[in-house]
Write a protein that binds this ligand. Structure first.
Ligand SMILES: Nc1ncnc2c1ncn2[C@@H]1O[C@H](COP(=O)(O)OP(=O)(O)OP(=O)(O)O)[C@@H](O)[C@H]1O
Ligand SMILES: [Mg+2]
Length: 342
């Protein structure tokens, strides 16, 4: 693994500039606290979760909701893996497809079966990654509340994602939420300040025996902002093509493609993506206040607040000190600008 490896980092040695966050997370996990990691896309939430478990010398279990959006099914699969493999201290990713499924695995496993499986486990840390893609959020939250009450000593969950859907009910557990009253630690991961982005680029390129002059590093940082994901992608491309200008162009092109794929997946969730894009188009021109977005789009106030709150939960937009909304990911901004020109 190198600093510019594009997979989420699972080894703390390659997790750059997150010492405080890592210490904080390990501290919480040692106490078996459940933790929710929130933050913009590509800021390093999954990496942080994996590195913390690794730091504790424990096995990483990761349920990726993008690969299997049925939480109960994927949890059952995980727990049905042979007991011995649940206890081995090795780094593995949980099979999303049924490899290693024990005889007890059965698609219709009930809560009762789940209980009996959990009793055998001892204690495990499970990352629920990208929780916003899980189907049937209400059921998921109910199951989590059950696990919290009866299996706190057996399972510790680290939940990552943006605040849509299931996460909203966990993050803001109002009295009507099944998780109401359970203590869950919330951590927010911020993008890097420019000095950290620059030293990340410098350290990562030096590690590969490449050089990146200060001017170019600043140009990369200005284009990609302090998002570790885009900076890592640049580093990866630079190592391939060896020319920083070509690498930057390639990175921007790929990043726009990734963003566009994401918007497509959101469209599949049926949450009014064309309307969201209309709002994004207005924001792409300049930061704007609520009333001005309403004027530009002709959306009524209720609909517009709904769209803005969805965009906010997807971590696509933020609000500045003058109450103006703006697009927070520079690659999403570029993508929307181009789409507007089509
Ligand atoms: N602190 C870090 N040091 C080095 N590389 C990092 C760091 N944080 C993130 N990365 C890299 O950035 C990319 C995105 O990281 P990761 O997948 O952990 O972010 P995420 O917040 O979970 O993203 P997403 O919202 O897409 O799930 C990966 O290539 C990862 O290796
Ligand atoms: Mg992630």
């Amino acid at each position: 693994m190198t600093l510019f490896d594009t997979k989420p980092k699972s080894d703390p040695r390659f997790l750059y500039g997150r010492e405080k966050e890592l210490d904080g997370l390990v501290e919480s996990l040692k106490k078996k606290n459940w933790v929710i990691i929130l933050g913009p896309r590509r800021v390093g939430k999954t990496s942080l979760a994996e590195c913390a478990i690794k730091r504790m010398g424990r096995k990483i279990f990761l349920l990726d909701a993008r690969e299997n959006n049925n939480f109960i099914e994927s949890l059952n699969k995980l727990l049905a893996t042979p007991e011995s493999s649940l206890k081995v201290k090795a780094e593995i990713r949980v099979p999303y497809t049924p490899i290693n499924i024990g005889a007890e695995y059965n698609k219709t496993l009930s809560k009762k079966n789940l209980d009996s499986l959990l009793k055998k486990v001892g204690h495990i840390y499970i990352i629920i990654d990208e929780a916003q893609w899980l189907v049937n959020p209400r059921k998921v939250v109910m199951l989590l509340a059950h696990l919290y009450d009866y299996y706190y000593d057996s399972v510790t969950f680290i939940i990552t994602g943006s605040m849509i859907g299931v996460l909203k009910s966990i993050v803001e557990p109002g009295p009507s939420s099944p998780l109401y009253g359970r203590a869950i630690t919330e951590m927010e991961i911020k993008r890097w300040q420019s000095s950290i982005s620059l030293s990340f680029l410098k350290t990562g390129t030096a590690e590969l025996g490449l050089r990146l002059n200060e001017k170019m590093a600043i140009e990369v940082e200005e284009n990609l902002d302090g998002l570790p994901g885009w900076l890592t992608l640049f580093g990866y491309n630079y190592a391939q093509v060896k020319n920083p200008n070509i690498a930057l162009t390639k990175t921007i092109k790929e990043a726009k493609k990734i963003v566009s794929q994401e918007l497509k997946s959101i469209a599949e969730l049926g949450i009014g993506t064309p309307k969201l894009i209309e709002v994004l188009r207005v924001l792409a021109k300049e930061p704007v206040r609520f009333v001005d977005i309403a004027k530009a789009t002709n959306f009524n106030n209720t609909s517009l607040s709904k769209y803005l709150s969805t965009l906010n939960r997807l971590e696509y937009i933020e609000k500045d000190s003058k109450s103006r909304y703006f697009i927070s990911d520079p690659m999403l901004l570029k993508f929307i600008e181009e789409k507007a020109r089509d």
